[in-house]
Design a protein around this ligand. Structure first.
Ligand code: ADP
Ligand code: MG
Length: 702
């Protein structure tokens, strides 16, 4: 539905802009239409409601406003460099105003202002003990209307804009003349919701965000606009989810049969936690539907996601389908294959492992069995996504540690079956709710929020080199109790060689401190051949080595319940989620476990915050919240997804409440009126259709 929206006009038609400036604005700021300019929000405000006295100015780097007279104006030459220097007096003192870049136009204008009352605004500089203002903004007072008062917007700018004479003042004027045209800015949120949340109306909010009368009004405008932004984000996510549900057909799994039941009654090695039971039920319900399951399973490290994956795969088998589990590393894939085979025991389930390091000879029969359907479950790495891998009837794809895979890879599975398989993605990197809502708002989410019983919380300690002897002593005591220990070194790509040396040095000094035959120390790192890695992992698993020196190759998923000590060297070099993942390698059995974070003596504030957080809490969601605060959403989720996270005004770390409120509101709207066709929602629908970030099949849901 199209209608003529004046805000879609391009800016060349705005008073004071014209084609040339319009081009600069577009090139530099991506501001092209009226609506772009309206949404070019100030990044801060200056308070121009008070005047300073020159005698009161005592510090540099503050922005101040003076009221006085220009008493002199000179061009000063120093060698080849010229500058323009003016002096302002306000009855309490004199201050210099300096321009290093200026045009003859400015000189003429300033000459006219000599000995007249003016208002000067700018940042105070300390110049050899004298205060001055460089490149001040100046207004003549005789033109009363022009003297600004109140809060003034400051827009971010670029050098090119400045050069083309589009100063902050000019931007202000452009925005002002846009509002002077008094165009309609139609409301896009239903009136009932505005009333319920006491939100400012849309037009007023836009005006206020640019020209607030005071801080309270500014705050209200911000809340309104953030609400709007999250409102439409949720609308988009939730309609997309609805559309997917209707559009993407898959096989309904109606049976719970022998595979599931036999396993559940005879092979379950432990009682499921309540959270595991709940999640399995959620998945079962979802799989019964004829549409594709697209579900994110979140659970902290050690919460038992693998068991949920296995039970889900057995449901697929019960319905006559094959299932695939893809993991990000060979170690992890191997481990999954091994532990799933063990758990399945003598059950009649054919399961195989497919990784990149498999020889052609070994790969061939697997590929054949996948194609003819004799293989029920395949576990593997990226190798599973290759075109040569063809299934007879893939019904379920499970992606472990999904943060390591891109969306595109998720989609690759779809092509491997006639109807797309159901998809379960699992992540042990807890994602703050705010983020998962906005990134995965189109997925269904299940959360395992409970650890298996009997786990003792891991004790996390921060130590420095000064404690190394005591540390070795402590490790010896733990080993004497029959436990095992990981020692992890950072391996970061830019300085790989140096790091590898650190790792090898560490390995040697540990081998000296823990000598054969009493002790055995193993090593794994990314530069090893997969077979060597696997060999070392298996030795450690079987308890033949007590200490495993490693890089972050063990970060995800590795499961050796007998290991109780995790030492992380140079831990200040790791990110929070990595530290939390590494810590999750211990505390997997019934014994008290420890995570020891080694650092150098001095820590920068961010590293300190990370270490402090790790020592304070074991809760992955809490760790994730701090991580989000430190890194910001774009960095946290990787650039791939950061596009979705480019908010105009809302901030995921600060506006959680607004996000949660809008989510609820949108859910209830869609529950009652999924196509937004009631008259109260007409404007909302219109705006939504016109401003969708990413086109979805709107027709699919209406
Ligand atoms: P993650 O969620 O990190 O993938 P895993 O699935 O590897 O966790 O499970 C961690 C450990 O907890 C494994 O040794 C697993 O056998 C065990 N485990 C899982 N669920 C339970 C349970 N309900 N009771 C006892 N132990 C469990
Ligand atoms: Mg796991």
């Amino acid at each position: 539905m199209m209608y003529n929206n004046p805000l879609k006009k391009t800016l060349e038609y705005l008073k004071g802009v014209g084609p040339e400036r319009a081009k600069v604005l577009q090139d530099e700021l991506n501001v092209f239409r009226y609506e772009d300019l309206i949404e070019y929000f100030p990044f801060r405000y200056v308070d121009r409601s008070t005047y300073y006295k020159i005698s009161e100015v005592r510090a540099s780097s503050v922005e101040i406003q003076l009221n006085g007279q220009l008493v002199s104006l000179d061009e000063v030459k120093q060698g080849k460099v010229k500058r323009l220097v003016g002096k302002i007096q306000d009855g309490t003192g004199t201050m210099e105003l300096v321009w290093f870049k200026y045009s003859s136009w400015l000189v003429d204008k300033m000459k006219k202002d000599l000995f007249k009352p003016i208002v000067v605004y700018g940042r105070v500089n300390d110049f050899n003990g004298n205060y001055n203002i460089v490149h001040p903004e100046i207004e003549a007072v005789d033109d009363q209307k022009k003297v600004p008062t109140g809060l003034f917007p400051v827009y971010s700018s670029t050098e090119k804009l400045q050069k083309r004479g589009i100063s902050n003042r000019v931007l202000q004027k452009m925005v002002q003349s846009l509002f002077d045209e008094n165009l309609p800015i139609p409301e896009n949120i239903p009136q009932a919701i505005l009333d319920r949340f006491k939100l400012m109306n849309r037009k007023e909010a836009y005006k206020t965000i640019h020209f607030p009368a005071n801080l309270d009004e500014l705050k209200r405008a911000e809340i309104r606009l953030k609400f709007e932004e999250f409102f439409f984000l949720n609308l988009q996510m939730l309609t997309k989810k609805m559309a997917n549900k209707q559009r993407i057909k898959s096989h309904p799994f109606l049976q719970i049969g022998d595979y599931f039941n036999t396993f559940y009654t005879d092979h379950l090695p432990f009682e499921l936690t309540n959270a595991q039971k709940r999640v399995v039920k959620e998945i079962r319900m979802d799989l019964r539907l004829p549409s594709q399951m697209n579900r994110l399973l979140q659970g902290d490290v050690g919460s038992g996601k693998t068991m949920v994956a296995l039970l889900t795969m057995l449901i697929a088998l019960d319905n006559g389908f094959q299932a695939a589990l893809i993991a990000p590393t060979e170690i992890l894939a191997q481990q999954h294959a091994q532990s799933l085979s063990e758990m399945l025991g003598d059950m009649n389930v054919n399961i195989a492992l497919l990784t990149g390091s498999l020889t052609k000879k070994k790969r061939q029969p697997i590929l054949e069995q996948l194609a003819d359907g004799t293989l029920h479950i395949i576990i593997g790495t990226h190798a599973l996504l290759e075109d040569t891998v063809v299934f007879k009837n893939l019904g379920l794809a499970i992606i472990d540690e999904q943060h390591r895979f891109g969306v595109a890879q998720r989609a690759k599975f779809w092509r491997k079956a006639v109807l797309p398989p159901h998809v379960l993605v699992m992540t042990a990197t807890p994602i703050p709710r705010t983020l998962s809502m906005s990134l995965y708002g189109d997925l269904d989410v299940s959360v395992i929020d409970e650890l298996p019983q009997g786990r003792k919380p891991i004790k996390t300690l921060h130590k420095t080199d000064a404690h190394r002897l005591a540390l070795f002593q402590f490790i010896k005591e733990e080993l004497a109790k029959g436990r095992q220990c990981y020692i992890v070194y950072p391996l970061i790509e830019e300085s790989e060689k140096l790091d590898l040396k650190d790792l090898m040095d560490g390995f040697e000094s540990l081998s000296r401190a823990f000598p054969l035959p009493e002790y055995a120390v193993g090593i794994v790192h990314g530069k090893q051949k997969p077979a060597d890695k696997e060999f070392e992992m298996q030795r450690f698993k079987r308890g033949e080595t007590q200490i495993l020196v490693a890089t972050t190759v063990i970060e995800v998923g590795v499961n050796v319940p007998n290991a109780t000590v995790m030492v992380i060297e140079n831990s200040e070099r790791f990110g929070l989620s990595q530290l939390h993942q590494l810590r999750g390698r211990v505390g997997r059995g019934g014994e008290q476990s420890y995570c020891i974070l080694m650092t150098g003596g001095k820590l920068n504030p961010v590293s300190y915050k990370r270490i402090e957080t790790m020592c304070r809490t074991n809760d992955g969601f809490e760790v994730a919240e701090v991580d989000l605060e430190i890194r910001g959403p774009g960095d946290m989720m990787g650039t791939q997804q950061s596009g979705v996270l480019n908010f105009k005004i809302a901030d995921l770390t600060k506006d959680k409440k607004i996000l949660a409120a809008t989510r609820k509101v949108v859910e209830s709207i869609l529950a009652k009126d999924p196509t937004l066709s009631s008259p109260e929602l007409l404007a909302t629908r219109q705006y939504f259709v016109e401003n969708l970030k990413e086109k979805i099949g709107w027709s699919m849901i209406s």
